[in-house]
Design a binder for this molecule. Structure first.
Ligand code: ADP
Length: 274
């Protein structure tokens, strides 16, 4: 920086370009490192269930050949492992698709309340199966936002699924009060009443494959990509994802989206223009 600010002084060498090149090279290396880490992590995540399936195939071909009870049990495990691989591949493809058009902000007007209700309805059977109550405190209509309907459903759905997997009921979906840290933005919060997340983990939650407890995530069928997907969806919407949590007090994740003109004053109603 020092070199750059003095670069134009007479008689001084212009060092600005040297500094820029160095910075870009550092950035390149960092991106390359992230890419290779990602591939290594994804491969590892796929290799574990794959190795388990191969192991069980060998057992079925050998020692368990004449044991129908063991065959039944091992086939069940293999199916669960294949399911895990399927979820991982689905999430990887999802992340890839979102990243591909992340630079193109969605332009369609969407009714956020309607989307929240549709998502909650879609997840009602999962909640019932887990015995978790969902409390929908967002209005049925409004506010209006610009967005990609499927991606907003996916973002809210991922947060609700996490609240059901790691938290405790009731899971609440509610409008977030206007916040000075998110001026001009509309917030929708998904809150649970579980054990919460220790503070030191909060900044890393949206990293790919980052989990507070790997074992717990795996047991719950997690891929470690859910919040990374939400973060990229928000980034495409020029929005943000925030989280508040303290141990023992549950977790509250909020999706922040840029407000449409007139959105706050007339929830659910289309303004005459635009
Ligand atoms: P996963 O597939 O493991 O659920 P996510 O990216 O969705 O991956 O979440 C990352 C980690 O964040 C989870 O493994 C879990 O440790 C933690 N987490 C997410 N949501 C909650 C929540 N509502 N309560 C407690 N921990 C959570």
């Amino acid at each position: 920086v020092d070199g750059a600010s003095r670069a134009d002084a007479p008689g001084r060498p212009r060092r600005r370009h040297v500094l820029c090149l160095f910075t870009e090279r550092t950035q390149d290396l960092r991106l390359e490192r992230m890419r290779t880490d990602f591939i290594a992590n994804a491969s590892h995540e796929l290799r574990t269930p794959l190795a388990s399936i191969r192991g069980f195939i060998e057992t079925l071909q050998g020692p368990a050949r004449d044991d129908p009870e063991a065959q039944e049990r091992f086939l069940g495990i293999m199916q669960a492992q294949a399911g895990r691989m399927q979820r991982l591949v689905d999430d990887l493809l999802s992340l890839n698709r979102i990243e591909l058009n992340e630079h193109v902000a969605p332009t369609e007007r969407q009714d956020l309340g309607e989307i929240a209700h549709e998502t909650a309805e879609a997840l009602a059977p999962v909640a019932a199966e887990r015995g978790v109550e969902i409390r929908l405190l967002a209005p049925a209509h409004g506010p209006m936002v610009r967005g990609d309907r499927d991606q907003l459903i996916q973002a809210i759905g991922n947060l609700m699924e996490n609240a059901m997997k790691y938290g405790e009921g009731p899971v609440e979906i509610l409008p977030a009060p206007a916040s000075p840290s998110h001026p001009g933005m509309i917030g929708l919060t998904v809150r649970d009443h579980g054990e919460g997340i220790p503070r030191e983990h909060l900044p890393r939650l949206t990293e790919r494959f980052y989990r507070v407890s790997v074992r717990r995530s795996r047991n719950q069928g997690g891929t470690g990509l859910g919040l990374a997907i939400v973060k990229h969806i928000m980034s495409r919407h020029r929005g943000e994802l925030s989280v508040e949590s303290a141990p023992g007090e549950g977790a509250a994740f909020t999706l922040w989206l840029p407000a449409e003109p007139g959105a706050a004053s007339e929830p659910g109603r289309e303004p005459a223009s635009g």
